[in-house]
Design a protein around this ligand. Structure first.
Ligand code: PBG
Length: 332
C-alpha cells in the first residue's frame, strides 16, 4: 500500500485565517462605488411600501430628502432618481412639466446633499406614459424611435438645469446618447455627464420595478431592449454609445449578465456600471425571508460577484445597507 502523496502545492495556506484571506483578496467593494436607486411619488405625505420590494418605499418629498441625507452619511457614491407621477398620458407630459415629480426630486436632493452624492436621473418615458412604453407610439402602435429622442433631450436638459450631475439614458432608443449630448451642449451643460444604459436586456427581472413606479405595460419591450441570449450585440451597443459620447456605459440587469459585464469591462474605454435590478433584489429578499439563504452573505456575495466581473460602479437597492450593516461590510 502506497501512502497518498503529500501535495506540494497548497492553495489552502492563504485561506487559513481571516487576516490571510483579506490580505490576498482580489475583489473589494467600496461604498463609494455604490449608487442607490430611489422613487419619489407625486403627492405622497408619507412613504409607501412597495410590496414586491420589501424594505424599499415610494418616497414623499420629506422622506426622500431624509433618505438622500442618510445615503450621504453612509458614504455611498450616488443616488439615482425615479419619479412616479399621479397622471399619465400618451406622450408622457409629466416627464417634462417644469414642476413634474422627477424635476422636483432633482431640486430637493441637490438642495439636500449638494456635492456629497453624485445625483443621477433616469431619463425615460415609461413612468410617465399611460401605455407604459419608454417612448412615443407611432400610429401602428410601435415605439417611434426618432420622435422619442426630442422628449429625452428635453428631460435631460431640465434635469441638468436643476443640478443633476449625471443623466441616465435607459430607453434603448437608437441615437439617444448623441441626441441628449447635443441638447445638453447646446444648452450650455457641457459638464453634465451621460450614463448610457448601453446593454439593457428585455428582462423579467424588472417586474417589481413596474410596481414601484405603478406602470402597466401594454405588450413588452422586446422591440427595443436586447434579447437576453445576445452577448456579441452588447459590444455593438456599447461601441455606439461611446462613439455618441457616453461618459459611462451600463449593463443591466447585473447578476444574470456577468458574462456580458466582463466582456464590456474588458473592452470599454469609459467606466462601466452595472444595475442590480428590482427582481434580483426581490428574489434574494424573498428567499432570505423564508430562511432558504443567509441574507447578508448572499447580498455581499452578489455585490462582490458584480465587482469581480468588472463593474466600476454598481446600482443596487442595498447600497446604504451594504455601506452600513457590519454583517455585510465585513464580507466586502
Ligand atoms: C426605465 C427603467 C426600468 C428600470 C430602470 N429604468 C424599467 C424598464 O426598462 O422596464 C428597471 C430597474 C429595476 O428593475 O430595478 N425607466
Amino acid at each position: 500500500m502506497n501512502a497518498a502523496p503529500t501535495p506540494f502545492h497548497r492553495p489552502r495556506r492563504l485561506r487559513r485565517t481571516p487576516a490571510l484571506r483579506a490580505l490576498v483578496a482580489e475583489t473589494r467593494v467600496h461604498p463609494r462605488e455604490l449608487v442607490l436607486p430611489v422613487f419619489l411619488k407625486e403627492g405622497l405625505d408619507e412613504p409607501a411600501p412597495i410590496g414586491s420590494m420589501p424594505g424599499v418605499v415610494q418616497h414623499s418629498r420629506d422622506s426622500l430628502r431624509r433618505e438622500a441625507a442618510r445615503a450621504a452619511e453612509a458614504g455611498i457614491g450616488g443616488i439615482m432618481l425615479f419619479g412616479v407621477p399621479l397622471e399619465r398620458d400618451a406622450v408622457g407630459s409629466g416627464a417634462t412639466a417644469p414642476d413634474g415629480v422627477l424635476n422636483v426630486a432633482v431640486e430637493d436632493v441637490v438642495a439636500e446633499v449638494g456635492d456629497a452624492l453624485v445625483v443621477m436621473t433616469d431619463v425615460c418615458l415609461d413612468e410617465f406614459t399611460d401605455h407604459g412604453h419608454c417612448g412615443l407610439l407611432a400610429a401602428d402602435g410601435s415605439v417611434d424611435n426618432d420622435a422619442t429622442l426630442g422628449r429625452y433631450a428635453t428631460m435631460a436638459v431640465q434635469h441638468a438645469e436643476r443640478g443633476a450631475d449625471v443623466v441616465g439614458l435607459s430607453g434603448m432608443m437608437d441615437g439617444q446618447v448623441a441626441a441628449v449630448r447635443e441638447a445638453l451642449d447646446e444648452a450650455g451643460f457641457t459638464s453634465t455627464a451621460v450614463l448610457a444604459y448601453a446593454a439593457k436586456y428585455a428582462s423579467a427581472f424588472y417586474g417589481p420595478f413596474r410596481e414601484a413606479v405603478e406602470s402597466t405595460l401594454e405588450g413588452d419591450r422586446r422591440a427595443y431592449q436586447m434579447n437576453p441570449g445576445n452577448r456579441r450585440e452588447a459590444a455593438l451597443e456599447v461601441g455606439l454609445d461611446i462613439a455618441e459620447g457616453a461618459d459611462i456605459v451600463m449593463v443591466k440587469p447585473a447578476g444574470p449578465y456577468l458574462d456580458v459585464l466582463a466582456d464590456v469591462a474588458a473592452t470599454s474605454e469609459v467606466p462601466v456600471a452595472a444595475y442590480q435590478v428590482s427582481g434580483e433584489y426581490a428574489m434574494l429578499e424573498a428567499a432570505a425571508a423564508i430562511g432558504y439563504i443567509d441574507r447578508e452573505r448572499a447580498i455581499a456575495e452578489s455585490l462582490v460577484a458584480i465587482r469581480r466581473a468588472g463593474a466600476d460602479t454598481t446600482l443596487t437597492y442595498w447600497a446604504v445597507e451594504a455601506a452600513t450593516n457590519p454583517a455585510i461590510q465585513e464580507l466586502l
